[in-house]
Design a protein around this ligand. Structure first.
Ligand code: AHM
Ligand code: MG
Length: 333
């Protein structure tokens, strides 16, 4: 087994590709350490009094779970003082969090969904933390929301940590995707897979089928064709999975391929979709592309979208390249 720790991986990546200056390495290490703490809290479950609702709502109008709030606080506290950040933004906070004056201000901006898959917390199913790192625009004195509104192509690091049977950190800094498994005895993340590649074809799709009657025609057509199996136009049988934690669905796709969709639907026609662009779709899309997959909103590449607001939503279609291209083609035909 590999003996490469996350730190060693980052140092060696910097040596060979030069993409990870000191501040960015510190940032990634601090995020990883925070994820370790969140992982411990998740593992404790009922023993740690971390399950259940916190009795509050977030900016998206969703009920917050205790663990949503704990994970958010852990990430803020861990990242505030290191001097690597100018500000943070989170699914659980309406406005941005500017690093207080008492700490040095760094060059980066960190965005996160502290605990993705909230509906799975209390039922002991995999959940995770998703993060995206941007550079603070140059020649900019104050930190404001506008500084965060950068397209996904501008990300300098992105990843997630999945809290499942294993705790695994999945990372890209633009040179492919690497996976690190938390070794609880050593207390460190150990490199367990490099150069992750997603097969271009797949026989597995992930979508919440209960929304079928609300879908748009291209999505309905694609799924109908999958369901028709061997006898249908695709000439093969498909399998379906839906964990309802994006981290878990994306992790499966990075591991063995597949397509994931949370498309726009008629339930809330004014919203482009359920998932959030800046701290869910962008980091996941970059990971997927870095592993040879594709990610679109049905018409455009997600990473090219220019965000207009922090908590903007987006329709998401990502995974095995040929399947994503097919659904995207159906949207324009
Ligand atoms: P959350 O960030 O509040 O947990 O919501 C995002 C989650 C995704 O992880 C998952 O893909 C989706 O919501 C599941 O939604 P649904 O319950 O509609 O199937
Ligand atoms: Mg989420």
């Amino acid at each position: 087994m590999s003996n490469t720790s996350l730190t060693r991986y980052l140092v060696e990546q910097q040596r060979t590709h030069g993409h990870i200056p000191g501040q960015l390495r510190l940032l990634i290490e601090v995020v990883a350490r925070a994820c370790k703490r969140i992982s411990h809290a998740v593992n404790k479950g009922a023993l740690g009094d971390v399950l259940g609702s916190a009795g509050t709502g977030n900016v998206q109008g969703e009920i917050q779970k205790k663990l949503d709030i704990i994970a958010n606080e852990v990430l803020i506290e861990a990242n505030e003082w290191g001097g690597h950040l100018a500000g943070m933004a989170s699914e659980e906070m309406e406005g941005i969090h500017v690093v207080p004056n008492r700490y040095p201000r760094g060059e980066y901006l960190l965005l996160f969904d502290p605990l993705d898959g909230s509906s799975n917390i209390d039922v002991n199913v995999s959940i995770g933390t998703i993060f995206s790192v941007l550079r603070m625009p140059e020649d900019d004195r104050g930190v404001d929301e506008g500084d965060f509104l950068q397209a996904g192509t501008k990300q300098v690091a992105a990843g997630y940590c999945i809290y499942g049977p294993q705790t695994t950190l999945v990372l890209t800094v633009g040179d492919g995707v690497a996976m690190f498994t938390l070794d609880r005895e050593q207390g460190s993340f150990v490199l367990t897979q490099e150069d992750v590649r997603i097969p271009e074809d797949t026989k597995e799709f992930a979508i919440n089928m209960s929304n079928m009657r609300h879908w748009d025609a291209p999505v309905k057509r694609y799924i109908d064709e999958c369901l028709a199996g061997k006898e249908g136009p695709r000439g093969k049988d498909f399998n379906m999975r839906w964990v309802a934690s994006m981290v878990a669905d994306v992790h499966r796709i990075l591991t063995r391929g597949g397509i994931f969709m949370y498309p726009w639907d008629k339930r809330e026609p004014d919203k482009p979709g359920k998932l959030r662009l800046m701290y869910e779709a962008n980091p996941m899309s970059w990971l997927i592309e870095q592993a040879g997959g594709a990610a679109t909103n049905g018409r455009e590449r997600i990473l090219d979208l220019q965000p207009k607001k922090l908590h903007e939503r987006v329709s998401v279609i990502l995974g095995s390249k040929n399947e994503v291209e097919r659904v995207t083609r159906y949207h324009t035909e």
